[in-house]
Design a protein. Sequence first.
Length: 322
Amino acid sequence: MAAASWKTILKQNVDAFVAKHQKVDIVLSPDWDGVLSTVLLHHYVKTAHPETPVQVIGTYDCKKIVTLGEQDSVREALFLDLDLPMDGVCHIGQHLLGYIPLSNELSFNPNAHFKNYETWTKYPFGTAQMLFYGLFEETDFPPIAETLLAHADSSHANAKKYAPNCKQWIEKMYKDETYMKNLVNGTYFKQGLDEHLNLIEFIEPYVAVKKKYVETDDVGWNKCRSRQTVKGKTEVHMIRNAHLLLDFAAVCLKVQCPALADKPKTAKCLWAGRRKMVTLGEANACEGGMKAYLERKKAKSHAIVSSRMLSLTMPPLDELEL
């Protein structure tokens, strides 16, 4: 019997999550990819399971978990555009995790699915592309979807910088998909700049821009760099900005905007961890390997960020049990 395709497995996992919980509470990554992924997942659930309630209950940025209203636990939530394989929660993301199994059977990660463990062959696109092509067809949405997807996790920039790897993953996951082929064959860069700049013009007030990209003379595609993470000096401000972006993405795709569990003014920090960078050598040298190292550090989440470095989020000294 042929192995099930990644699309089949992803859809089965989402459907099984709905069946198990009879609701979908989403904790999203507060960036453009997380926002777009949330709108897409919400639309799928409301279409395939129309009686199932779906709401955004909070965010996690690999530093702290922010929740809305009376939410005091995220154990039963679906973490979107995030990976927490050591924490036991359900998550859909695409970070490079190394030889670490997904502890929740309903989670999905393309690097884990295809047994990819090397930084130079890491999945190079956004979580949004996985949900878009795993749950829908291109014709299900207006053409502006191509622009929204191209900005997710800077996919448009990755397509240039890591072209050979991008082509391999397109062959593996997105073969014959027009928008993805356009990214690597140059079509998007020839025809998509005006629409991409329109997108940037709208989202720029609500997202952070790295200092090295804050240049008044930035023009063309240079103007489209960075501009991913939802900004906010406080939890309330960040949630308000995330909600505005959720609504914007939903309007662009002509679908319903995901509801928040409560008003943005109720946003609060439920858990704050300590993010640390260590060498892969240090982690792998631990008796039992990286998994044992992460367990010893009680890591809530981690990602291999280069050929030498591992990023992990550890609990605060007075750990809060979630």
